[in-house]
Write a protein that binds this ligand. Structure first.
Ligand code: WTA
Length: 650
């Protein structure tokens, strides 16, 4: 891929020259252990220093072995002795406009009281806690309280269904669930407690359910199991809970993420390495100044919120905006209005949100004074140059560099991005630019050889880094297989990538069965499993179709069982069924009833054929060379057959 025409290049490339970045990056790779040890020592407070920087037993990395620390201490307590004590940690705003301001002192008090509550309920280092809350301050408070006690937590996005919640509580063997009566989204109430009640019917190992009153809806409280957050906090005995001195490798959280299997798997992140990594990358990428107001407009239910709303910013004593709702409700300029009102200096959002905003034209942002903005960020999907330029000109006024940050739930933090702190390279709209310090990235082709300039290949990471996942919970074999077997000895991310003639990295989306629908990560096989669990479905194949707004939309091809009719009614029922199994975010937008699905001789679904047909056959040329185990003729025939069936069905 070539750089865009010089005339279309934003002025940043001329205003911000390349400086120290390349030098710093090169030196960091000469000895990554020393580099990360220095970073960890300078930025994190340790109760005890490590005995060993890195224990690298491929593919298992243990960082800062023997070191002792506590994430809650680093994010809260250590700021109390500094000028940050009365600094705002979060400006929270509800969708309806209600607000709360929490200083670091307030956060300390809330976290301690809630940690005390959890402790009284028997939560220890050996327990797991599931958190199913809307975007309210109690969400980071609950996460930090768990971290204080050393109980690994798992946050479940509030858009997931009861079945998805139950699966996660069971798989993580959680003994406590923290939820709310409800949460607001686009003016509607999501009945979180009712959904939880349904989930709990299949999760008998949960002993306690703590319920925060957010909407004051009438909810059922089961005696002996369900407890009100407010009562527990009012009655707790302790105002202070000593932060546990935890091993650096102690698990901090599990986060379920969709992959190439039916059920999402739990990605495990540790303590010392993870915190070092999110702390350092927050500094390099967002270059925060002490008085800055920072807003990462993601949801804490996804990894972006974990790393860049909670642990990165809090460990640095930053001031963040925390917002409950969607960016275009109740007015389509809500996001820009809030940027102006809070004087936001650093804004981190997603291409899907930006595409949503662009729909309303240039006028809504132009109504607001956005001069406070200094740095703009993007995450979650490739950002199209057209969207990049809109963000750059209409939001950043041509002044603010855009950091296009490439990373994954697995990587814990940003791996590839420009770095305003270390020296900004000239930006190219659509390229995440170069790896951050300590990250050795390369693009390999199908033969495992370094891809040539402009040759599409797979992005890999060649040395371990402190933010990387420790493993998949209870499934070391799968961890090895998914990330470390395609190219032995290096981390395989599952994304396509190209490097241009200046070495810039252009991340081109997933090379596997993972979808990004409005920035939400979903697996095609996960959705297929949900479809076939319906009694009328014999088989199904799901693919992503390019969508201007959502990035990808879900298209399903379905074979019904004998005795069932492929009707509009069934189509509606199947959509509802998937909503129930996973959540509204996974609902297929198109369902095509077919009599057969394209398969190879060994019976594997020809995934690229399915994808090509879902996308209106635009890339059949590509497909013929890409489909495994099938000849060009077979693939062509399969495409035509499936296409015919779709046409005759419509
Ligand atoms: C995609 C989100 C291009 C990529 C932090 C990755 C991106 C997946 C970018 C991980 C970007 C994320 N440019 N693609 N800047 N950022 N992706 O686990 O396909 O929800 O593999 O983590 O998002 O999604 P996840």
């Amino acid at each position: 891929m070539s750089a865009p025409d010089e005339n279309t290049l934003p002025t940043t490339s001329r205003i911000f020259p390349v400086n120290r970045y390349f030098d710093f990056q090169r030196r960091s790779l000469e000895n990554i252990e020393e580099f990360w040890a220095k970073t960890a020592k300078e930025n994190i407070t340790w109760f005890k220093t490590w005995d060993k920087i890195l224990d690298w037993n491929i593919p298992f990395a243990k960082w800062f072995v023997g070191g002792k620390l506590n994430v809650s201490y680093n994010c809260v307590d250590r700021h109390l002795d500094s000028p940050n004590r009365n600094k705002v940690a979060y400006y929270w705003e509800g969708e309806k406009g209600d607000t709360r301001t929490l200083s670091y002192q307030d956060l300390f008090s809330e976290v301690n009281k809630f940690a005390s509550v959890l402790k009284e309920l028997g939560v220890t280092q050996k327990k797991r806690v599931t958190i199913y809350l809307p975007m309210i301050p109690e969400l980071p408070v609950a996460m930090l309280a768990c971290a204080r006690l050393g109980a690994a937590f798992t946050v479940v996005f509030s858009g997931f269904s009861s079945q998805a919640l139950s699966d996660r509580m069971n798989d993580s063997e959680s003994s406590v669930l923290i939820t709310a009566d409800g949460g607001y989204r686009r003016g509607k109430i999501i009945p979180l407690k009712t959904i939880s009640d349904e989930a709990l019917e299949d999760s008998p190992k949960v002993d306690h359910v703590i319920v925060y009153k957010r909407t004051n809806e009438n909810v059922q409280m089961k005696q002996g199991r369900d407890l009100w957050w407010s009562d527990l906090v009012a009655n707790t005995k302790n105002e202070f809970v000593k932060p546990e001195e935890l091993e650096s490798t102690h698990p901090l959280y599990l986060l379920y993420s969709s992959g190439t299997t039916g059920k999402p798997k739990a990605i495990v992140h540790g303590t010392g390495g993870y915190l070092t990594y999110v702390n350092a990358t927050t500094q390099w990428v967002f270059d925060p100044k002490p008085s800055d107001v920072y807003w990462c407009a993601a949801d804490i239910g996804w990894v972006t919120g974990h790393s860049y709303i909670v642990f990165g910013p809090l460990s640095l004593g930053m001031t963040s905006v925390l917002y409950e709702g969607v960016p275009d409700y109740p007015q389509n300029d809500r996001l820009w209005e809030m940027v102006e009102r809070y004087g936001v200096n650093i804004l981190y959002t997603s291409p899907t949100a930006l595409r949503g905003m662009m729909r309303y034209g240039d006028e809504p942002p132009s109504r607001h004074d956005l001069h406070s903005l200094r740095i703009l960020g993007s995450v979650g999907e490739p950002i199209n140059p057209h969207v990049w330029l809109w963000y750059f000109h209409n939001i950043g006024g041509g002044r603010c560099p855009i950091v296009d940050t490439w990373w994954q739930t697995e990587t814990g933090g940003i791996l590839i991005s420009a770095s305003p702190r270390l020296g900004l390279v000239p930006l190219k709209p659509g390229s995440a630019t170069f790896p951050l310090p300590g990250i050795e990235a390369e693009v390999l082709n199908d033969d495992g050889k370094p891809a040539k300039t402009n040759e599409k290949g797979y992005i890999v990471i060649k040395q371990p880094w402190p933010g990387m996942l420790q493993t998949l919970y209870h499934d070391e074999e799968r961890y090895r297989q998914v990330y470390w077997s395609k190219f032995p000895g290096v981390y395989y991310a599952g994304d396509y990538c190209v490097r241009d003639d200046e070495g810039y990295f252009w991340l081109l989306g997933r090379a596997d069965e993972v979808l990004k629908v409005s920035g939400h990560r979903l697996g095609t096989i996960e959705i297929e499993d949900a479809l076939v669990s319906h009694p009328a479905v014999a088989e199904s194949a799901v693919a992503g179709k390019a969508d201007e707004l959502k990035g990808e939309r879900i298209v399903a091809f379905v074979i019904v069982k004998a005795g069932h009719k492929p009707t509009e009614e069934l189509s509606r029922e199947l959509r509802e069924h998937v909503r129930k199994a996973i959540g509204p975010l996974a609902t297929p937008e198109e369902i095509h009833f077919v009599k057969s699905l394209p398969k190879t001789r060994s019976g594997k679904i020809m995934r690229r054929v399915v994808k090509a047909v879902a996308n209106g056959m635009q890339n059949v040329g590509d497909v013929t060379t890409l489909e495994d185990q099938a000849s060009v003729e077979e693939v062509k025939r399969a495409v035509l057959e499936l296409e015919e069936q779709v046409k005759s069905g419509d």
